[in-house]
Every structure is written in structure tokens, then in C-alpha cells.
Design a binder for this molecule. Structure first.
Ligand code: ADP
Ligand code: MG
Ligand code: MG
Ligand code: MG
Length: 753
């Protein structure tokens, strides 16, 4: 969750005076980072995941399940050196616990990043994830369970916390979420309040209600209240008919996700990897979909992304280019002189009309804040898909990247852009990337940290970097003193951020390993996945849809132009594992047995792309991208070939030898099941978590075909989640078979026995 400085956070009206100071010094810090690390090379391939949990308090006598908001002290204990008997449990198990937005949340990562050079590094991940649950559970009573639910189904419905808390808090002013759900650290309530104050009104998220036979297409859960002026907002336009209305940061930042960070060898590799992962972000998000329920309603979408996007959207009406609610102005909490506001109002500066105020291609209006920054039109929230590619110009002499791929309107901070270019350390796409992040204002400034040493501190840079929550994050190294050995410090990293969290460690390990192996395969085989970034954005919308994983088609670069030779990947589908592990499965001569020429099992995919052969971009299903077809490899074949050629013990690679080690065969079987899971979720053979949860509600005896998720359904759903999390085959075999599909269920059951 970025940096957690200790100190006094400034209220928005105080902090905004330092905005330009933070940006200017943040950019100095970034420039110093480039001076210190720009040329570093040959960093080792490390990687790591982040898993977020919700602590759920289950009361089986009353049949209720609630979010536990009084157990956050376990995070202090697990990190407290003065309590070595607790803290050492984490350290000895190579796990690390971090605070998150929700007081009921914890985040856990490996203590040290994983190595990525041999297969055993990928096999170890799940074990590490299991330890995180064990260690945290050991500090909790049995009835409070860390669950990896993406969203809590009845978040914001009446009495959903343990202990009870009322939604009357001044930080969020939410009609539904008490401030007691927010992490106690002052940073978090301040963040919540400052987003609202900058914006000038509460955030407003509207999700379409899932239309069932008895559904009234109206959110009837909005209370009339007279506590804050903002209580009126739902009736002034914030709440839309037919939609579930949510009014607080917690609805988004209080959900859980899975993130993966990898470290390529240098900045150039990192830029190419970042760009090449970008078109994958929406598609893999759809394949990880796990969020069909919000605020007690089934909704007509499957993922959380646009909810978080709305939940931290600090843009004013002017920046969003829409008409203010009655009684509010365009400027929200921006530091703009009153006479400018009056003048603007006189011009009747509404949408369209205030279009006249755009003066240049950077989105600047004619209005500036008191510290001299132009007020801009900003199409996206701070939490959104990436706006531009970084380019692979420094990576290969004949770059794949073309300027025309950065084809969406993406405002920048022109002053920052010019400054970065003037150093000659940044080329245009890189300067654009950071200048875009720096259109934002810092949201929380600690008074003790206003003045920093720009040669050693990077908090001002991180302040903006870590509150630009995009689908990918390009993570620069930190600053170090002369005596530090830079080769031992983290280098340039890329973080993959769109995935939803899955219920089990098996699945979370599978998605983490998948993304990491795809990253490694990208660096090895150098595919060209570039397409106009507007198409990635359009996929992002598509990926929100119900069952997008199986039913949607996504724009992708035409596989005929990936610069991969399909012949090179023949035989590296999931059947490779059988051939490698089992003597006697090979029908061909030695040497070619499992590498080339093997008749591929027909996976039933029609080759739908031939007719578009000339087009640069085509529409693919997630399954086509993941499994490939007769004419192009797909992600799984890239991964399998990577395993076969790079991750096997050296004496087995490219040889005719079968796997001779039982342990190694078991490890490969695990990885094969990870790949099968992802492939199955895309083909529909295995339901996504979202599909499973939706079906669970639709089939529940208490469900009234009205799209509502009652307290009892919520309780049963939590109980089912616990059974699935624990892989409790003994008592819940049919449930687990439905969740995983029979093949993987049977693998997991055998493995558990
Ligand atoms: P953030 O919340 O800012 O993304 P975290 O520290 O919570 O950062 O998580 C970062 C992830 O990156 C963890 O999984 C960690 O293991 C991993 N990681 C740490 N150092 C490296 C490195 N040098 N290379 C790759 N991954 C790393
Ligand atoms: Mg987190
Ligand atoms: Mg983190
Ligand atoms: Mg992260």
C-alpha cells in the first residue's frame, strides 16, 4: 500500500498549498533516481506477489458473517520486534504482513522476493501463501477467518461489521460505510477525506443492477439523512436509476486484489515488458473475475475495477467536464481565487461551454490554481488503465513501438515534461508517462515530511507515483547513499495490477505463476503485442461484462504479426507435460519426442482469425489468446516452451531424456494444473469465481429472484468460501467439484490425501 509515513497528515485545505512543492521536489527525486540507476544492468529476475485478505467474523449460532474491524492489532504484533514470539513466526516462514485500506484487511507478501530461475521457485509460491494464512490465523480466534474474497457481498448493508458501527463518520460522510472500517493509521481517513474535499463532493459509483425476474431496478437502500450537506447528493444526481449507488472510498479500496511484481534485467527490458503486458491486462482481469455482488445486490458485471476507479476519483466537475450538482461549483476544493469562479460562472461555463477554456493540446484550461498549475480536463480517474506505452526504443534497434499506438488523449503536466526532457535522461514516451502521473495533486502530505533531501529521499516522488493506481505500475528503484551496494538493491520493476483475488492459495499461486511465466516468456521470445492503446481501453470496458472471460471478444494484435513462428511452439501445449513425465507416451523417435512434430490434440478452437489476416488487430476470445490455435502459439505454449527450454535442470533441456525425478514430476504436475485452471476459466470448463458466486446466489433457497443477497445468503456464501479455501473435500466434495471442475478437484483431492 505504498508508503506509510508517521506524522501529522495535513487536511486538504492546508496540504494543497504544498502541491507544487511536492511535485517539483518529487521530479528532482525522480531525476536523481535516473542519474543513480538509469544505466544499471543485469539485475537478477526476482518477483513477488501481494495477496489481500478480509477478516471475517463468523457467528454460527446466529448464522451471520461480518467484517471484523477490531482485530487489526495483529498487524502490529506480526511486525513488532518487541514481540519476537509473534514476529518471528512471520520471519521464519518468509512472509510479511502489511496494512491495507480496510481495518478488516491485511496484505501479505513473501518476506523476500522469489527467485525466478528454476521451476522450484514457482512451486514454492503456494506453500508461502499457505503459511500466510496459517500465521495470521494463529493470531486470531477460530471464528475469525482471513478470506480472500474480492468484495464483501454485504459491504454497506446495515449491520455488516463486528463490532457494530454506524455510518455517521466525518471522513467519508458515507450513507453506508462507517469510518470504523477505515484503517486506524491517520493516513487512511485523511486520504478518504481529502479525496472528497478536493473533488468538492462525495465519490459516486453506480453499477447496473442484475436484472432478474422480480428485480425492481432501483437501489432502495439509500437512507434519507440530515447529518452532512453531502447527504443530499443521491437526490441531486449522484445516484442513477437502475443502479446500485455507492458513495465512499471503502467500496473500492476496501476490496481485495492480487498483484504481481517482476524485475527484468534493466530499464529497457522493463519498458518493453510493461508495454507488452498492457494488452493482456483487461483479458486476464476478465479471466480472474470474482466480483458479481456489491452492497447486497447482484450486479450486471463481474469485476471490481470500475468501482475502485470511482471510489478514489478526486476529480472536480470541471476536470470531469460535467455539470455540477445544484448548489455546487465546478472547482471543488481547487485553490482557485473566488473572482475566477465568479467570472467562470458568468460565462455560463458548463460542459461544452467550458470546452472553450481549453487552450492547448495538454488539456490545460485558461484557469490556473494559486500555485500556478493550469486546471485541466482529465478523462480518467487516478485509478485506471494505463494511458500510454513506454516504448521499446532503447530495447531493440528496430523498435516495435510506433508513436501512433499512444492514441488516446492523455493530459500531461507540461512543466514536468519539459523539465524531464531538458535533462536528456528521458525520451519523449518516458517523459510523457511521468508527466501524466504528475497532473495529479498529492492527496496526503505529512507536515514533518514537507522538506526532504532530494538526493536520498523519494517520498515526494512516491507520493504521486503510489496514488496513481493503474493497471500496470512502472516501479523505479529508490535512492541510496554512496556506500550502498546498488546491485543488492531493488531495480526497475513492473507490477501487474488488474487481477481479482481468488478464494484459494492454489488459484492465487496459479495466477501469480502464470503472470510471472508469461513475463519471462515475453522477455525470452520477444513477441510484438503492440496495438493502439485505445483498443486496450475498449477491452477494459468489455472485460467488466458478465462472463466476459468466456463470452467476450477482445481486440488483440493479429497473431500473424506477433513476430513469433508458430512452428517453434508446436508440441508445447498442455500435452507436453505427459510426454515429458511419462516414458512410453512418446510415439515418435528420440530427440523429437516432445519437442516437435507431435500431433496436437484438437482443442476444439476454431481458427477464427484467417479471414482477418490482413488486419493489424483482430478480435480474440480469452481462450484463443491463452491456448493458441493451429496457426499461432498463445500464452500457454510460450510458457510451456519456456519451462522446457529454460526451467528444467540443465542436463534435461533439449534432450530426449524423460523426467527421471519423482519430485520433479510432481512439481510439473502442479504447474500443469495451474495452467489448466487458467485455460479452463477461459474456455468455460471451469467457472470463474464470479460465475460460481453468481450461481451460488441464484440457486440459494433464500433467493427471491430480486437480485438481493440477504444476510442468510451472505452467511452461507461465506461458509462455502471457507470450505473452498480450506479445500475441505471431506465434507464438501460436490461444492469443490463445482468450483474447480472435476479434473482439478480430483488433482487437489489426491494431493491433499
Ligand atoms: P507495493 O504495495 O508498493 O506494490 P509491496 O512491497 O507490498 O509493494 O509488494 C511488492 C512485491 O514486490 C512483493 O511481492 C515483493 O516480494 C516483491 N519484490 C520485492 N523486491 C523485489 C525485486 N527486487 N524484484 C521483484 N519483486 C520484488
Ligand atoms: Mg495492497
Ligand atoms: Mg503492497
Ligand atoms: Mg502492489
Amino acid at each position: 500500500m505504498g508508503l506509510l509515513s508517521l506524522g501529522t497528515p495535513l487536511d486538504w485545505h492546508e496540504s494543497r498549498k504544498h502541491n507544487e512543492h511536492v511535485r517539483e521536489n518529487g521530479i528532482e527525486q525522480l531525476i536523481n533516481i535516473f542519474k543513480q540507476h538509469g544505466e544499471r544492468q543485469n539485475d537478477h529476475f526476482y518477483w513477488g506477489d501481494e495477496v489481500e485478505y478480509m477478516l471475517v467474523d463468523i457467528d454460527s449460532s446466529n448464522k451471520t458473517a461480518k467484517l471484523a474491524i477490531d482485530r487489526d492489532s495483529i498487524l502490529d504484533d506480526l511486525n513488532d520486534p518487541s514481540k519476537p514470539e509473534i514476529a518471528m513466526k512471520a520471519i521464519n516462514n518468509n512472509v510479511s504482513f502489511h496494512p491495507e485500506y480496510g481495518r478488516y484487511m491485511i496484505e501479505a507478501t513473501p518476506l523476500k522476493p522469489y527467485d525466478g530461475e528454476s521451476l522450484s521457485d514457482y512451486v514454492y509460491v503456494e506453500e508461502n501463501m499457505v503459511k500466510r494464512r496459517e500465521v495470521s490465523q494463529s493470531e486470531l480466534p477460530k471464528h475469525i477467518i482471513p478470506l480472500t474474497l474480492t468484495t464483501y457481498p454485504r459491504m454497506g448493508c446495515g449491520n455488516f461489521t463486528s463490532p457494530t458501527a454506524k455510518p455517521i463518520g466525518p471522513a467519508s460522510q458515507s450513507l453506508f460505510l462507517p469510518d470504523e472500517i477505515i484503517n486506524r493509521h491517520v493516513r487512511f481517513p485523511t486520504l478518504t477525506a481529502n479525496i472528497r474535499k478536493r473533488r468538492g463532493h462525495k465519490v459516486a459509483i453506480n453499477l447496473p443492477i442484475y436484472p432478474d425476474t422480480n428485480t425492481k431496478l432501483i437501489d432502495d437502500s439509500i437512507p434519507k439523512r440530515d447529518l452532512f450537506p453531502s447527504d443530499e447528493e443521491p437526490w441531486l444526481g449522484a445516484s442513477q436509476p437502475g443502479h446500485v449507488y455507492m458513495d465512499s472510498m471503502g467500496f473500492g479500496m476496501g476490496s481485495s486484489c492480487l498483484q504481481i511484481t517482476v524485475q527484468p534485467s534493466d530499464i529497457h527490458e522493463a519498458r518493453y515488458l510493461y508495454d507488452t503486458l498492457a494488452p493482456l491486462t483487461p483479458i486476464l482481469m476478465a479471466v480472474s473475475a470474482a466480483a458479481p455482488i456489491f452492497k447486497g445486490f447482484l450486479v450486471n458485471q463481474d469485476v471490481r475495477w470500475n468501482v475502485i476507479s470511482g471510489a478514489v476519483d478526486d476529480r472536480t466537475f470541471l476536470e470531469r467536464d460535467i455539470k455540477p450538482y445544484r448548489g455546487l461549483d465546478f472547482f471543488g476544493g481547487l485553490d482557485v481565487p473566488d473572482e475566477v469562479k465568479v467570472h467562470f460562472d458568468k460565462l455560463g461555463g458548463g460542459p461544452g461551454v467550458n470546452g472553450d477554456h481549453i487552450t492547448n493540446e495538454f488539456g490545460d484550461t485558461t484557469i490556473t490554481t494559486l500555485d500556478g498549475k493550469p486546471v485541466q480536463k482529465i478523462p480518467k480517474s487516478r485509478y485506471e488503465s494505463i494511458d500510454s506505452y513506454l516504448s521499446d526504443e532503447g530495447y531493440r534497434s528496430d523498435p516495435y513501438f510506433k508513436k501512433s499506438y499512444n492514441d488516446i488523449y492523455s493530459p500531461i503536466n507540461k512543466k514536468v515534461y519539459d523539465k524531464l526532457i531538458s535533462t536528456k535522461l528521458f525520451d519523449a514516451p518516458l517523459a510523457h508517462h511521468f508527466a501524466h502521473l504528475f497532473i495529479r495533486d498529492p492527496l496526503v502530505i505529512f507536515s514533518e515530511r514537507v522538506n526532504q533531501n532530494n538526493n536520498l529521499d523519494n517520498d515526494h516522488f512516491e507520493n504521486l507515483q503510489s496514488t496513481n493506481w493503474q493497471t500496470l505500475r512502472f516501479k523505479p528503484p529508490a535512492l541510496y547513499s554512496d556506500i550502498d551496494d546498488l546491485t543488492k538493491t531493488p531495480g526497475w520493476r513492473v507490477e501487474f495490477r488488474p487481477l481479482e483475488i481468488q478464494l484459494t492459495d492454489f488459484e492465487n499461486a496459479a495466477y501469480s505463476v502464470f503472470i510471472t511465466l508469461v513475463s519471462k516468456a515475453i522477455l525470452k521470445f520477444s513477441p510484438d503485442f503492440y496495438m493502439p492503446i485505445s483498443k486496450v481501453d475498449s477491452n477494459m470496458k468489455t472485460a467488466h461484462g458478465v462472463d466476459a472471460s468466456t463470452d467476450a471478444k477482445f481486440w488483440f494484435r493479429n497473431p500473424s504479426q506477433w513476430r513469433l513462428n508458430n512452428e517453434d511452439f508446436k508440441g508445447y501445449d498442455l500435452t507436453w507435460f505427459d510426454r515429458f513425465v511419462n516414458d512410453g507416451n512418446d510415439l515418435f523417435d528420440d530427440n523429437v519426442v516432445y519437442l516437435n512434430g507431435y500431433v496436437e490434440v484438437n482443442n476444439g478452437i476454431e481458427n477464427g482469425i484467417v479471414e482477418h489476416e490482413d488486419c493489424q488487430n483482430v478480435k480474440l476470445t480469452a481462450q484463443e489468446l491463452i491456448d493458441g490455435s493451429d496457426t499461432f502459439p498463445g500464452l500457454i505454449k510460450m510458457i510451456v516452451k519456456l519451462i522446457a527450454t529454460d526451467l528444467l535442470p540443465a542436463n534435461w533441456q533439449n534432450s530426449s531424456h524423460h523426467c527421471k525425478s519423482r519430485q520433479f514430476a510432481r512439481d510439473l504436475e502442479l504447474i500443469r494444473n495451474y495452467l489448466k485452471l487458467i485455460s479452463g476459466r477461459a474456455s468455460g470448463k471451469i467457472p470463474t469465481v464470479a460465475r460460481f458466486l453468481r450461481n451460488f446466489v441464484l440457486k440459494h433457497p433464500d433467493y427471491k429472484q430480486d437480485s438481493k443477497v440477504s444476510e442468510r445468503i451472505n452467511y452461507d456464501l461465506v461458509q462455502a468460501s471457507v470450505a473452498i479455501t480450506n479445500l475441505d473435500f471431506k465434507h464438501h466434495q460436490p461444492l469443490l467439484e463445482e468450483y474447480f471442475g472435476e479434473e482439478i478437484a480430483s488433482y487437489l483431492q489426491t494431493r491433499t490425501n
